[in-house]
Design a protein around this ligand. Structure first.
Ligand code: ADP
Length: 477
């Protein structure tokens, strides 16, 4: 058994098992990877107590000392890239090449925030009184809770743990019950990197029970969540009782607009990368393609040709490009969206049914003549389905793109500089890809507006969510 394959809660530097368990399965084969304990309130309260005990010493280290450990942690991740990627693919189903990419992406957040840890600057403000001085400092918010999803089992964790630990906070992580193994592996490496006991804790299992204990605790001063808008709203309501600071990275309904003046081949490449990454299971995946009338047939034909060529299979086999969906519920949603669209007049260009491989595999699909009355227009499909809508002019494209309560990412392809600025400013989204389909990087602020969330992760802004501003008025000079 690999040293990175652990199955237990990680609390105060110790592994805990016992109690009821459940199976983590490989979604490509149904194989049981390992049985893991189903934790609840008791384990969570122990983890909160450990994080509280560990806080003074961790907060008291020099930023440079915290940074050295975070950097070492990133290096250890990269040294284990292949092993981590295989584990990630086994529990999550994404093709191995994508899993390796995720390991590097995940490590980049630890490296980035190791650097940023040293740049938590304050301020000196010109005083309002002759005998007083005003100084502003920033301090770690304290004990943090992080709740993460299954689509990026490593990167969504480090994107929260990196800034939290860099800022001097300690943390309790509740990974997705579908994919806890990557998080456990991270804890093994954290220990090797010299992250002290109690600074990074993991409790996995019963989501409402763990979430409930985290939320009830007045010790936990902040919650950072990535997941569905439905759960995010529930967590925000719960957090109100202890007035925790909340960061929420929620669902999207990303538009991808192709104007007649676009480089169509580049647009198809961007569309493939954005729509079909992780088998369509990322919150920044395109959900709605808006294509201008003049290029509608040409773009959809090129897109369908590229989609037909995708290799679907088990993540760990050969040159797979598309894995299975995470579970039956995900498959059912994709089937419902495609069935609804076809009933309401969509034209099927390719795919459109469960894949011959069985299980939760679905054929990569392109639908033409999608319209606003279809389910797929209003809700994130989270699967390998490209729905193509038509539009006539720029004003209509902007109106349709913004006609959603979500505002995470948006994409458009155009070579007209005036249009590029107008669209970039008019799109209601936290992130806009202009002639680009992949926007995620640790150096830029990731986050949404409207019902897609609160706060930003990554970049120089990513630390702010884990810091409190303190104002000092020094009088009587
Ligand atoms: P999805 O539907 O895509 O799985 P969720 O928002 O349900 O998205 O899940 C994201 C994360 O939120 C997971 O770690 C999940 O266990 C957790 N979660 C779901 N419901 C709750 C809850 N009531 N309290 C705390 N965490 C929850």
């Amino acid at each position: 058994m690999s040293a990175l394959l652990k199955a237990g809660h990680y609390i105060d530097g110790q592994w805990h098992s016992g109690g009821p368990t459940y199976a983590v399965r490989n979604p490509a084969t149904g194989e049981v990877v390992v049985e893991v304990p189903r934790g609840g309130a008791e384990e969570t309260n122990a983890a909160i107590a450990a994080a509280e005990r560990a806080l003074p010493a961790w907060r008291g280290l020099l930023a440079k000392e915290r940074a050295a450990r975070l950097r070492r942690w990133a290096e250890l991740m990269l040294a284990s890239q292949d092993e981590l990627a295989r584990l990630l693919s086994r529990e999550q189903g994404k093709p191995l090449a994508e899993a390796k990419g995720e390991v590097a992406y995940a490590a980049s957040f630890l490296e980035w925030f190791a650097e940023e840890a040293k740049r938590v600057y304050g301020d000196v403000i010109p005083s309002h009184k002759a005998d007083a001085r005003i100084v502003v400092t920033k301090q770690p918010i304290g004990v943090v809770a992080a709740i993460t999803p299954w689509n990026f089992p490593l990167a969504m964790v480090t994107r929260k743990v990196g800034p939290a630990l860099a800022a001097g906070c300690t943390l309790i992580l509740k990974p997705s019950e579908e994919t806890p193994l990557s998080a456990f592996a991270l804890a093994v490496l954290a220990e090797q990197a010299g992250i002290p006991a109690g600074v990074f804790n993991i409790v996995s299992g019963d989501a409402p029970a763990i979430g409930g204990a985290l939320q009830a605790s007045g010790v936990v001063r902040k919650l950072s969540f990535t997941g569905s808008t439905r759960t995010g709203k529930l967590l925000m309501r719960q957090a109100a009782d202890t007035l925790k600071k909340v960061s929420l990275e929620l669902g999207g309904n990303a538009p991808f607009i192709v104007f007649a003046d676009a480089d169509l081949d580049a647009a198809v490449r961007g569309a493939m990368a954005s729509k079909f990454r992780n088998t369509g299971q990322t919150c920044v995946c395109v959900n709605r393609f808006y294509v201008q009338d003049e290029v509608y047939e040409a773009f959809t034909a090129k897109l369908a040709e590229a989609v037909r060529a995708l290799r679907v299979g088990n993540a760990l086999e050969g040159d797979t490009e598309q894995g299975p969906l995470i579970n039956e519920a995900a498959l059912a949603k994709v089937e419902q969206h495609v069935g609804d669209a076809l009933e309401k007049g969509a034209r099927l260009l390719c795919g459109g049914q469960r894949h011959a491989l069985g299980g939760t595999f679905y054929e990569p699909t392109v639908l033409a003549e999608a319209n606003a009355g279809m389910l797929i227009a209003g809700e994130e499909t989270f699967g390998p389905v490209a729905a193509c809508f038509r539009f006539r002019d720029e004003a209509e494209a902007l109106r349709l793109a913004n006609d959603t309560p979500y505002g995470l990412s948006a994409y458009f392809y155009s070579r007209d500089i005036g249009r590029v600025w107008r669209m970039a400013e008019g799109l209601e989204a936290g992130m806009v890809g202009i002639n680009e389909g992949i926007i995620s990087t640790e150096v830029a602020p990731f986050g949404g507006i409207k019902e897609s969330g609160l706060g930003r992760e990554g970049s120089k802004y990513g630390l702010d969510d884990y810091l409190e501003i303190k104002y000092l008025l020094l009088g009587g000079l």
